[in-house]
Design a protein around this ligand. Sequence first.
Ligand SMILES: Nc1ncnc2c1ncn2[C@@H]1O[C@H](COP(=O)(O)OP(=O)(O)OP(=O)(O)O)[C@@H](O)[C@H]1O
Length: 326
Amino acid sequence: MGNNTRPDSMERITTKELADVFITEQVKEIQAQVGDKKVLLALSGGVDSSVVAALLIKAIGKQLVCVHVNHGLLRKGEPEQVVEVFRNQMDANLIYVDAVERFLNKLADVAEPEKKRKIIGAEFIRVFEEEARKQEGIEFLAQGTIYPDIIESDGVKAHHNVGGLPEDLKFELVEPLKFLYKDEVRVVGKALGLPDGMVYRQPFPGPGLGVRCLGAITRERLEIVRESDAILREEFAKNGLEGKVWQYFTAVPDFRSVGVSDGERTFAYPVILRAVNTVDAMTATVENVPFELLEHITKRITHEVTGVNRVLYDLTPKPCGTIEWE
Ligand SMILES: Nc1ncnc2c1ncn2[C@@H]1O[C@H](COP(=O)(O)OP(=O)(O)OP(=O)(O)O)[C@@H](O)[C@H]1O
Protein backbone atom coordinates (compact mmCIF):
# COMPACT_ATOMS: atom_id res chain seq x y z
CA MET A 1 0.00 0.00 0.00
CA GLY A 2 3.04 2.24 0.32
CA ASN A 3 3.70 5.15 2.62
CA ASN A 4 0.62 6.95 3.85
CA THR A 5 2.11 9.95 5.63
CA ARG A 6 2.33 13.30 3.91
CA PRO A 7 6.01 14.30 3.81
CA ASP A 8 6.81 17.23 6.12
CA SER A 9 8.71 18.86 3.29
CA MET A 10 5.67 18.99 1.03
CA GLU A 11 4.67 22.58 0.35
CA ARG A 12 0.96 23.45 0.45
CA ILE A 13 -0.28 23.78 -3.14
CA THR A 14 -1.85 27.22 -3.29
CA THR A 15 -0.90 28.54 -6.74
CA LYS A 16 -1.07 27.44 -10.36
CA GLU A 17 2.74 27.26 -10.45
CA LEU A 18 2.85 24.83 -7.52
CA ALA A 19 -0.02 22.85 -9.04
CA ASP A 20 1.87 22.58 -12.35
CA VAL A 21 4.92 21.21 -10.56
CA PHE A 22 2.74 18.65 -8.77
CA ILE A 23 1.05 17.68 -12.05
CA THR A 24 4.37 17.17 -13.86
CA GLU A 25 5.68 14.98 -11.02
CA GLN A 26 2.51 12.93 -10.80
CA VAL A 27 2.32 12.40 -14.56
CA LYS A 28 5.81 10.88 -14.42
CA GLU A 29 4.98 8.74 -11.39
CA ILE A 30 1.75 7.48 -12.91
CA GLN A 31 3.49 6.60 -16.18
CA ALA A 32 6.21 4.76 -14.25
CA GLN A 33 3.66 2.86 -12.12
CA VAL A 34 1.24 1.94 -14.88
CA GLY A 35 3.45 1.44 -17.94
CA ASP A 36 1.29 0.36 -20.86
CA LYS A 37 -1.40 -1.27 -18.69
CA LYS A 38 -5.04 -0.21 -18.28
CA VAL A 39 -6.50 1.66 -15.29
CA LEU A 40 -10.13 1.69 -14.17
CA LEU A 41 -11.75 4.65 -12.41
CA ALA A 42 -15.23 5.21 -10.99
CA LEU A 43 -15.90 8.78 -12.04
CA SER A 44 -18.69 10.50 -10.09
CA GLY A 45 -18.17 14.01 -11.44
CA GLY A 46 -17.30 15.12 -7.88
CA VAL A 47 -14.08 17.03 -7.32
CA ASP A 48 -11.84 14.16 -6.25
CA SER A 49 -12.58 11.60 -8.93
CA SER A 50 -12.74 14.31 -11.61
CA VAL A 51 -9.27 15.60 -10.74
CA VAL A 52 -7.90 12.05 -10.70
CA ALA A 53 -9.48 11.46 -14.12
CA ALA A 54 -7.99 14.63 -15.62
CA LEU A 55 -4.56 13.79 -14.21
CA LEU A 56 -4.62 10.25 -15.56
CA ILE A 57 -5.89 11.36 -18.96
CA LYS A 58 -2.87 13.66 -19.11
CA ALA A 59 -0.54 10.84 -18.07
CA ILE A 60 -1.89 7.81 -19.93
CA GLY A 61 -4.73 8.99 -22.19
CA LYS A 62 -6.97 6.16 -23.35
CA GLN A 63 -5.34 3.57 -21.08
CA LEU A 64 -7.69 5.06 -18.48
CA VAL A 65 -11.21 3.64 -18.51
CA CYS A 66 -13.68 5.86 -16.63
CA VAL A 67 -17.02 4.49 -15.51
CA HIS A 68 -19.77 6.98 -14.67
CA VAL A 69 -22.89 5.50 -13.12
CA ASN A 70 -26.11 7.46 -13.48
CA HIS A 71 -28.14 6.03 -10.60
CA GLY A 72 -30.93 8.55 -11.00
CA LEU A 73 -29.92 10.34 -7.80
CA LEU A 74 -27.56 12.90 -9.32
CA ARG A 75 -28.30 16.61 -9.47
CA LYS A 76 -29.80 18.23 -12.55
CA GLY A 77 -27.25 18.44 -15.35
CA GLU A 78 -24.53 16.38 -13.64
CA PRO A 79 -24.40 13.25 -15.83
CA GLU A 80 -24.53 15.48 -18.92
CA GLN A 81 -21.61 17.54 -17.60
CA VAL A 82 -19.49 14.42 -17.00
CA VAL A 83 -20.09 13.32 -20.60
CA GLU A 84 -19.45 16.81 -21.98
CA VAL A 85 -16.22 17.44 -20.05
CA PHE A 86 -14.62 14.02 -20.18
CA ARG A 87 -15.87 12.44 -23.39
CA ASN A 88 -16.36 15.50 -25.60
CA GLN A 89 -13.70 17.91 -24.34
CA MET A 90 -10.99 15.63 -22.96
CA ASP A 91 -11.59 12.76 -25.38
CA ALA A 92 -11.54 10.26 -22.50
CA ASN A 93 -12.43 6.63 -22.63
CA LEU A 94 -15.73 7.03 -20.74
CA ILE A 95 -18.33 4.36 -20.07
CA TYR A 96 -21.65 5.93 -19.18
CA VAL A 97 -23.95 3.51 -17.41
CA ASP A 98 -27.64 4.35 -17.31
CA ALA A 99 -28.71 2.49 -14.17
CA VAL A 100 -31.63 4.75 -13.24
CA GLU A 101 -34.37 2.14 -13.48
CA ARG A 102 -32.28 -0.44 -11.70
CA PHE A 103 -31.64 1.79 -8.66
CA LEU A 104 -35.14 3.19 -8.43
CA ASN A 105 -36.68 -0.28 -8.64
CA LYS A 106 -34.44 -1.51 -5.82
CA LEU A 107 -35.36 1.50 -3.71
CA ALA A 108 -39.11 1.33 -4.26
CA ASP A 109 -41.00 1.26 -0.93
CA VAL A 110 -37.82 1.46 1.18
CA ALA A 111 -38.37 4.26 3.71
CA GLU A 112 -35.69 3.66 6.34
CA PRO A 113 -32.72 6.01 5.74
CA GLU A 114 -29.95 3.55 6.66
CA LYS A 115 -31.51 0.86 4.49
CA LYS A 116 -31.71 3.29 1.57
CA ARG A 117 -28.02 4.18 1.96
CA LYS A 118 -27.04 0.50 2.10
CA ILE A 119 -29.02 -0.39 -1.01
CA ILE A 120 -27.52 2.52 -2.96
CA GLY A 121 -23.96 1.62 -1.85
CA ALA A 122 -24.34 -2.10 -2.55
CA GLU A 123 -26.00 -1.56 -5.92
CA PHE A 124 -23.27 0.88 -6.91
CA ILE A 125 -20.59 -1.72 -6.23
CA ARG A 126 -22.56 -4.32 -8.20
CA VAL A 127 -22.91 -2.05 -11.25
CA PHE A 128 -19.25 -1.09 -11.08
CA GLU A 129 -18.20 -4.73 -10.73
CA GLU A 130 -20.22 -5.68 -13.81
CA GLU A 131 -18.53 -2.97 -15.84
CA ALA A 132 -15.09 -3.97 -14.51
CA ARG A 133 -15.67 -7.59 -15.60
CA LYS A 134 -16.53 -6.47 -19.14
CA GLN A 135 -13.08 -4.88 -19.48
CA GLU A 136 -10.05 -6.83 -20.68
CA GLY A 137 -6.62 -6.39 -19.18
CA ILE A 138 -7.29 -3.96 -16.34
CA GLU A 139 -4.49 -4.10 -13.76
CA PHE A 140 -4.99 -0.89 -11.81
CA LEU A 141 -7.79 0.91 -10.01
CA ALA A 142 -7.51 4.68 -9.65
CA GLN A 143 -9.18 6.32 -6.67
CA GLY A 144 -9.77 9.89 -5.54
CA THR A 145 -8.39 9.21 -2.08
CA ILE A 146 -7.32 12.49 -0.47
CA TYR A 147 -5.30 13.07 2.70
CA PRO A 148 -8.28 13.59 5.03
CA ASP A 149 -9.58 10.14 3.92
CA ILE A 150 -6.29 8.62 5.08
CA ILE A 151 -6.22 10.59 8.34
CA GLU A 152 -9.83 9.63 9.10
CA SER A 153 -9.02 5.96 8.62
CA ASP A 154 -5.77 6.21 10.66
CA GLY A 155 -3.83 5.20 7.58
CA VAL A 156 -5.00 1.63 8.18
CA LYS A 157 -7.75 1.19 5.64
CA ALA A 158 -6.73 1.52 2.00
CA HIS A 159 -9.80 3.69 1.46
CA HIS A 160 -13.55 3.93 1.66
CA ASN A 161 -14.10 4.63 -2.00
CA VAL A 162 -14.59 1.57 -4.13
CA GLY A 163 -13.78 -0.79 -1.29
CA GLY A 164 -16.15 -3.74 -1.42
CA LEU A 165 -15.11 -5.13 -4.78
CA PRO A 166 -14.70 -8.92 -4.70
CA GLU A 167 -11.26 -10.46 -4.11
CA ASP A 168 -10.61 -11.34 -7.76
CA LEU A 169 -11.08 -7.69 -8.70
CA LYS A 170 -8.59 -6.33 -6.20
CA PHE A 171 -6.46 -4.24 -8.54
CA GLU A 172 -3.31 -2.36 -7.62
CA LEU A 173 -4.28 1.15 -6.53
CA VAL A 174 -3.34 4.42 -8.21
CA GLU A 175 -3.98 7.28 -5.78
CA PRO A 176 -2.22 10.42 -7.01
CA LEU A 177 -4.10 12.78 -4.65
CA LYS A 178 -3.55 10.86 -1.46
CA PHE A 179 -1.36 13.52 0.17
CA LEU A 180 -3.51 16.48 -0.85
CA TYR A 181 -6.04 18.44 1.16
CA LYS A 182 -9.30 19.42 -0.51
CA ASP A 183 -8.23 23.02 -1.21
CA GLU A 184 -5.10 21.71 -2.97
CA VAL A 185 -7.18 19.28 -5.03
CA ARG A 186 -9.21 22.25 -6.26
CA VAL A 187 -6.08 24.21 -7.24
CA VAL A 188 -4.79 21.17 -9.14
CA GLY A 189 -8.18 20.66 -10.81
CA LYS A 190 -8.21 24.25 -11.98
CA ALA A 191 -4.65 23.94 -13.33
CA LEU A 192 -5.76 20.83 -15.25
CA GLY A 193 -8.45 22.90 -16.95
CA LEU A 194 -11.55 21.46 -15.28
CA PRO A 195 -14.57 23.82 -15.27
CA ASP A 196 -15.23 25.89 -12.11
CA GLY A 197 -18.61 24.22 -11.70
CA MET A 198 -16.77 20.94 -11.10
CA VAL A 199 -13.76 22.26 -9.18
CA TYR A 200 -15.72 24.37 -6.69
CA ARG A 201 -18.67 22.03 -6.36
CA GLN A 202 -20.19 21.93 -2.89
CA PRO A 203 -20.07 18.62 -1.02
CA PHE A 204 -22.67 16.13 -2.19
CA PRO A 205 -23.63 13.01 -0.23
CA GLY A 206 -22.64 9.62 -1.69
CA PRO A 207 -26.28 8.47 -1.95
CA GLY A 208 -27.03 11.74 -3.75
CA LEU A 209 -30.55 13.09 -3.92
CA GLY A 210 -31.74 9.76 -2.50
CA VAL A 211 -31.34 11.08 1.06
CA ARG A 212 -33.08 14.35 0.18
CA CYS A 213 -36.14 12.61 -1.19
CA LEU A 214 -37.26 11.72 2.33
CA GLY A 215 -38.79 8.35 3.14
CA ALA A 216 -39.55 5.93 0.30
CA ILE A 217 -38.29 7.46 -2.97
CA THR A 218 -40.82 8.07 -5.71
CA ARG A 219 -40.04 9.33 -9.20
CA GLU A 220 -42.43 12.25 -8.73
CA ARG A 221 -40.78 13.53 -5.55
CA LEU A 222 -37.29 12.85 -6.88
CA GLU A 223 -38.07 15.16 -9.78
CA ILE A 224 -39.29 17.80 -7.30
CA VAL A 225 -36.02 17.54 -5.34
CA ARG A 226 -33.96 17.80 -8.53
CA GLU A 227 -35.85 20.74 -10.02
CA SER A 228 -36.11 22.71 -6.76
CA ASP A 229 -32.40 22.13 -6.03
CA ALA A 230 -31.55 23.48 -9.50
CA ILE A 231 -33.57 26.64 -8.82
CA LEU A 232 -31.94 27.12 -5.39
CA ARG A 233 -28.46 26.71 -6.88
CA GLU A 234 -29.25 29.08 -9.73
CA GLU A 235 -30.54 31.76 -7.35
CA PHE A 236 -27.62 31.39 -4.94
CA ALA A 237 -25.21 31.76 -7.86
CA LYS A 238 -27.02 34.83 -9.19
CA ASN A 239 -27.06 36.46 -5.77
CA GLY A 240 -23.43 35.97 -4.83
CA LEU A 241 -23.99 33.14 -2.34
CA GLU A 242 -22.30 30.39 -4.36
CA GLY A 243 -18.87 29.78 -2.89
CA LYS A 244 -19.86 31.80 0.20
CA VAL A 245 -22.34 29.36 1.73
CA TRP A 246 -20.82 25.98 2.48
CA GLN A 247 -23.76 23.77 1.55
CA TYR A 248 -27.30 24.39 0.33
CA PHE A 249 -29.92 22.08 -1.03
CA THR A 250 -33.58 21.16 -0.94
CA ALA A 251 -35.34 18.18 0.64
CA VAL A 252 -38.86 16.91 0.02
CA PRO A 253 -40.85 15.07 2.71
CA ASP A 254 -43.17 12.18 1.95
CA PHE A 255 -46.42 13.93 2.90
CA ARG A 256 -48.57 16.56 1.27
CA SER A 257 -50.47 19.56 2.58
CA VAL A 258 -53.50 21.53 1.51
CA GLY A 259 -53.00 24.75 -0.43
CA VAL A 260 -54.85 26.93 -2.88
CA SER A 261 -54.03 28.03 -6.40
CA ASP A 262 -56.25 30.06 -8.80
CA GLY A 263 -59.13 29.60 -6.38
CA GLU A 264 -58.78 25.81 -6.47
CA ARG A 265 -57.77 23.54 -3.61
CA THR A 266 -54.40 21.86 -4.08
CA PHE A 267 -52.93 18.92 -2.22
CA ALA A 268 -49.21 18.93 -2.92
CA TYR A 269 -45.71 18.52 -1.48
CA PRO A 270 -43.69 21.04 0.52
CA VAL A 271 -40.05 21.78 -0.36
CA ILE A 272 -37.59 22.39 2.48
CA LEU A 273 -34.65 24.75 1.84
CA ARG A 274 -31.43 24.21 3.77
CA ALA A 275 -28.34 26.48 3.69
CA VAL A 276 -25.59 26.00 6.25
CA ASN A 277 -22.03 26.98 7.05
CA THR A 278 -19.49 24.83 8.80
CA VAL A 279 -15.77 24.48 9.28
CA ASP A 280 -15.51 20.77 9.97
CA ALA A 281 -19.07 19.43 9.35
CA MET A 282 -19.22 18.49 13.07
CA THR A 283 -21.24 21.61 13.83
CA ALA A 284 -23.08 23.92 11.46
CA THR A 285 -24.85 27.27 11.56
CA VAL A 286 -27.72 28.41 9.39
CA GLU A 287 -27.01 30.99 6.69
CA ASN A 288 -28.86 34.28 7.18
CA VAL A 289 -30.37 34.34 3.67
CA PRO A 290 -32.03 37.70 2.86
CA PHE A 291 -35.79 37.42 3.31
CA GLU A 292 -36.51 38.86 -0.14
CA LEU A 293 -34.38 36.16 -1.73
CA LEU A 294 -36.21 33.47 0.24
CA GLU A 295 -39.50 34.93 -1.00
CA HIS A 296 -38.23 34.98 -4.58
CA ILE A 297 -37.02 31.37 -4.40
CA THR A 298 -40.35 30.35 -2.86
CA LYS A 299 -42.22 32.01 -5.71
CA ARG A 300 -40.07 30.36 -8.35
CA ILE A 301 -40.30 26.88 -6.84
CA THR A 302 -44.07 27.01 -6.28
CA HIS A 303 -44.63 28.32 -9.83
CA GLU A 304 -42.05 26.32 -11.76
CA VAL A 305 -42.00 22.94 -10.08
CA THR A 306 -45.06 20.77 -10.58
CA GLY A 307 -46.57 19.25 -7.47
CA VAL A 308 -45.35 21.82 -4.92
CA ASN A 309 -47.51 24.24 -2.94
CA ARG A 310 -45.29 25.28 -0.01
CA VAL A 311 -41.65 26.18 0.68
CA LEU A 312 -40.06 26.08 4.15
CA TYR A 313 -36.68 27.31 5.37
CA ASP A 314 -34.92 25.07 7.88
CA LEU A 315 -33.59 27.23 10.76
CA THR A 316 -32.01 24.39 12.72
CA PRO A 317 -28.27 24.44 13.47
CA LYS A 318 -26.19 21.29 14.00
CA PRO A 319 -26.59 20.24 16.73
CA CYS A 320 -29.44 19.53 17.24
CA GLY A 321 -30.23 18.88 13.59
CA THR A 322 -27.79 17.27 11.18
CA ILE A 323 -26.92 18.97 7.90
CA GLU A 324 -28.78 16.40 5.80
CA TRP A 325 -32.26 15.26 6.79
CA GLU A 326 -31.51 11.54 6.46
N1 LIG B 1 -22.34 7.94 -9.72
C1 LIG B 1 -21.07 7.52 -9.66
N2 LIG B 1 -20.44 7.07 -10.78
C2 LIG B 1 -19.17 6.65 -10.73
N3 LIG B 1 -18.42 6.65 -9.61
C3 LIG B 1 -18.99 7.08 -8.47
C4 LIG B 1 -20.34 7.55 -8.42
N4 LIG B 1 -20.61 7.91 -7.15
C5 LIG B 1 -19.50 7.68 -6.42
N5 LIG B 1 -18.51 7.17 -7.21
C6 LIG B 1 -17.14 6.75 -6.81
O1 LIG B 1 -17.10 6.59 -5.40
C7 LIG B 1 -16.15 7.51 -4.85
C8 LIG B 1 -16.62 7.99 -3.50
O2 LIG B 1 -17.80 8.69 -3.65
P1 LIG B 1 -18.28 9.76 -2.60
O3 LIG B 1 -19.67 10.10 -2.99
O4 LIG B 1 -17.98 9.27 -1.24
O5 LIG B 1 -17.44 11.06 -2.98
P2 LIG B 1 -16.02 11.69 -2.64
O6 LIG B 1 -15.19 10.79 -1.79
O7 LIG B 1 -16.28 13.09 -2.22
O8 LIG B 1 -15.38 11.71 -4.12
P3 LIG B 1 -15.80 12.60 -5.39
O9 LIG B 1 -15.42 14.01 -5.06
O10 LIG B 1 -15.01 12.03 -6.51
O11 LIG B 1 -17.29 12.41 -5.60
C9 LIG B 1 -15.98 8.60 -5.90
O12 LIG B 1 -14.74 9.26 -5.80
C10 LIG B 1 -16.10 7.80 -7.17
O13 LIG B 1 -14.89 7.12 -7.44
